[in-house]
Design a protein around this ligand. Structure first.
Ligand code: GLU
Length: 498
């Protein structure tokens, strides 16, 4: 396999879109599989959209996922193809546009913004496609040059010859055909001297030696313009792969309104990087096995553009939650503790400072041992554990009663709590959770009670919650003194009921 060179070329808006992460991931896998190069280029030619700091944010986010580009400006090396931000490559575009002006594939356009605006309105009113009418196409080249040299404001447009069919191959879509009748005399250089995307992308991909261009399906209609630019410059096309859209639960393109589009939001919700990568890799592709958990290395080995589907891929939060849960389960307790601690410091600072950090790591690890099979996202931790950090609120007898468990009267509850107190009172430091469990269960059996009849009220007294780890586990984590205090407090509450 010949080494591939791929690139991700986002515009510097602040957040990293989930689709950008998927393209970056597939790009990375294609490059790494064949010992190639993964490049990052900043498409910042639209200065009005530039967001300060987005460059650093992008680098940070990609690095968190292990998708570190091989080349880009600091902190990555320049392999000789820089600069990598389009705003720093203006001289390059100036040189290339001269070639097009000289061979007649491009021409300067002196139309004012007002004229273009009126043209657009007229076309819209007549129900026609809005496009340039070729007004400046036929200006004599010498005259055009004189006007440009005199500093007359102008743009530079691509001269598109009508009536031609353009054909290109897309790695996902196969043969794609377009008529040049549908292609506008696209602006290549704006009046501020900056290139448009369509021009810069072709020049840069060529000069940077990009072999595979992966990008969202929404860019497919732009490809013919770019092909025309490439042809006019006499350069070879890269392999195109227009990747399927990512759809929300309503099967419409995932948008800010219908779902979360920013990668940062998923990190803030406590999805692990490797779970997100695993899930996102499958948005529109699968390795044709029943296995679903893959590391980045394993995904890279399996990935093949030829297996990417054309249809849009639905982003399924339930599936992602399941996968994240699997990753959480598979972590060692120490690893989970480290991840959680870092996560809380970054995203839930108050809880971290006022609650989490007040307890010993050992205490937290004992909680995590219990919780790791039930937690789907790290953000759930505070909500799953209030009873480990504060006294439970006992507000009514009803919370203790449970017909299914055969706890039907205050007396049932009281005798259960008394039994719990007795058992815990008799436990010793050296007793394991297993021994404690056994002792408790045989005591219940000897007393001729059902397990639930005793364990339900004990669990509620210890947690104050409808859902929590079981009575044994709670007691083992809270340990003796705290467990006894809670059981006694619940008992006292019940006495007040009479
Ligand atoms: N700048 C475009 C974007 O923001 C890149 C499209 C391409 O990869 O050609 O997605």
């Amino acid at each position: 396999m010949t080494p591939a060179k791929t690139r991700i070329a986002p515009s510097p808006t602040w957040f990293v879109h989930i689709g950008t992460l998927r393209t970056a991931l597939w790009d990375y896998m294609i490059a790494k599989k064949a010992g190639g190069i993964f490049t990052l280029r900043l498409e910042d030619t639209d200065q009005s959209r530039y967001v300060e700091g987005s460059y650093d944010n992008l680098a940070k986010v990609l690095a968190r996922f292990g998708l570190v580009p091989d080349e880009w400006p600091l902190p990555f090396p320049d392999l000789g193809n820089g600069p990598y931000a389009q705003s720093e490559r203006l001289d390059i575009y100036k040189k290339e546009i001269q070639t097009l002006l000289e061979n007649g594939s491009a021409y300067p356009c002196f139309c004012s913004a007002d004229r273009l605006e009126n043209l657009r309105k007229e076309q819209e009113a007549a129900g026609l496609p809005t496009r340039y009418d070729g007004h400046c196409r036929h200006i004599d080249p010498d005259e055009a040059r004189r006007r440009m040299d005199a500093g007359e404001p102008h743009t530079i447009r691509l001269r598109v010859e009508r009536g031609e069919t353009l054909v290109f191959h897309d790695a996902i879509r196969g043969r794609v055909e377009f008529s040049t009748n549908e292609v506008d005399d696209q602006i290549l250089i704006k009046s501020d001297g900056f290139p448009t995307y369509h021009f810069a992308v072709i020049v840069d991909d060529h000069l940077m030696g990009v072999t595979h261009v992966l990008r969202g399906e929404e860019w497919l209609p732009s490809t013919p313009k770019q092909i025309l630019v490439a042809r006019a410059l006499g350069i070879e096309l890269p392999e195109y792969a227009h990747v399927p859209l990512i759809l929300g639960p309503d099967r419409k393109k995932l948008s800010k309104r219908t779902g979360d589009t920013a990668v940062e939001q998923y990190l803030a919700a406590g999805y692990l990087e490797e779970a997100l990568i695993n899930y996102i890799a499958f948005l529109g592709w699968n390795p044709k096995t029943t296995e679903e958990i893959f590391s980045l290395e394993a995904l890279t080995e399996k990935f093949d553009l030829a297996d990417v589907q054309r249809a849009g891929a639905v982003f399924d939060r339930t599936k992602l939650d399941w996968m994240n849960g699997e990753y959480i389960k598979a972590l060692s307790v120490q690893d989970l503790y480290d991840r959680l601690s870092a996560y809380l410091q970054e995203y839930q600072r108050d809880f971290y400072e006022q609650t989490f950090s007040k307890k010993s790591p050992e205490y937290t690890r004992s909680i995590l041992k219990e919780l790791s099979t039930r937690m789907k996202r790290l953000e759930e931790y505070p909500g799953l554990t209030p009873f480990f950090y504060g006294e439970p609120e006992i507000s009514s007898v009803d919370m203790f009663l449970n017909a299914k468990m055969k706890v039907s009267s205050i007396d049932d509850v009281r005798s259960a709590l008394e039994m719990g107190i007795e058992i815990i009172n008799n436990s010793t430091q050296s007793e394991s959770l297993e021994q404690f469990k056994e002792r408790f269960l045989s005591h219940i059996a000897e007393a001729g009670r059902k397990n639930g009849q005793v364990l339900w009220p004990v669990r509620v007294a210890l947690s104050g919650a409808e859902h929590s780890p079981g009575a044994f586990e709670l007691a083992a984590i809270l340990w003796e003194t705290e467990s006894l205090t809670r059981l006694k407090r619940a008992l006292a509450f019940l006495s007040g009921m009479q």
